[in-house]
Design a protein around this ligand. Structure first.
Ligand code: S3P
Length: 168
C-alpha cells in the first residue's frame, strides 16, 4: 500500500466513521477534510455554505485538500464532493491509496434522512431523487480514481468495512 489511505464516496457512506476507526487499528493519523476546513475557518460547513456560498466552499476545499495531501501516514476521509475536482483527487491520489465506499442509494437515503445536516441535500423537495441525481454526476469520478472499493448497504456494519480495508 502507498503512504496515505484516502476514503472517497457519497455523503452518508460512512467515510468519517470508518476512517477514524481504520486509523486507530492501523495506527495511522486521521484527518477528515470537512473537520479540517471547519477548524481552519472556525465555521461549520453549513455556515460556510449559507454565509459564503458553494463557490467559496469549493475554493477553500481545494486550498485545504492541497495542504492535507502533503501529510504522511494518514487516513484521509474526504467530503463527498472532493472528487468533483480532478485536481483535488489527483493531489491526494499521488501520495495514497484511494478506496471508494460504494454505498447503495437506499443506505445513503436512510442515513441522510435520519439527520440531514448537509447543505446540498437540505430543503430539497425529493431527497431520494436529489441523491440519485448527485450520485450520477459523481459516480464516474469515484470509479475513475479508486484503487479499490468496498460495497456497503444497510446491513453492513463499520467493522466489516474496516476489516475489508485492512486486508487490501
Ligand atoms: C459535500 C459533502 C459533505 C461536505 C459538503 C459538500 C458534497 O461532506 O463536504 O457538505 O459536495 O458531496 P460529507 O461527504 O462528509 O457529508
Amino acid at each position: 500500500m502507498k503512504q496515505n489511505l484516502i476514503l472517497i464516496g457519497f455523503m452518508g457512506s460512512g467515510k468519517s466513521t470508518v476512517g477514524r476507526e481504520l486509523a486507530k487499528v492501523l495506527e495511522m493519523n486521521f484527518v477528515d477534510t470537512d473537520h479540517y476546513i471547519e477548524n481552519k475557518e472556525k465555521m461549520k460547513i453549513k455556515e460556510i455554505f449559507s454565509l459564503k456560498g458553494e463557490k467559496y466552499f469549493r475554493e477553500i476545499e481545494a486550498k485545504y485538500v492541497k495542504e492535507i495531501s502533503k501529510m504522511n501516514n494518514t487516513v484521509i476521509s474526504t467530503g463527498g464532493g472532493v472528487v468533483a475536482s480532478d485536481t483535488n483527487i489527483m493531489l491526494l491520489k499521488k501520495r495514497g491509496f484511494v478506496i471508494y465506499l460504494d454505498c447503495t442509494v437506499e443506505c445513503i437515503y436512510k442515513r441522510v434522512s435520519r439527520r440531514n445536516t448537509r447543505p446540498l441535500l437540505n430543503d430539497v423537495k425529493d431527497l431520494h431523487s436529489r441523491i440519485v441525481e448527485l450520485l450520477n454526476e459523481r459516480v464516474d469520478n469515484y470509479k475513475k480514481y479508486m484503487d479499490d472499493k468496498v460495497y456497503i448497504d444497510s446491513n453492513t456494519n463499520i467493522w466489516d468495512t474496516v476489516d475489508k480495508i485492512k486486508k487490501m
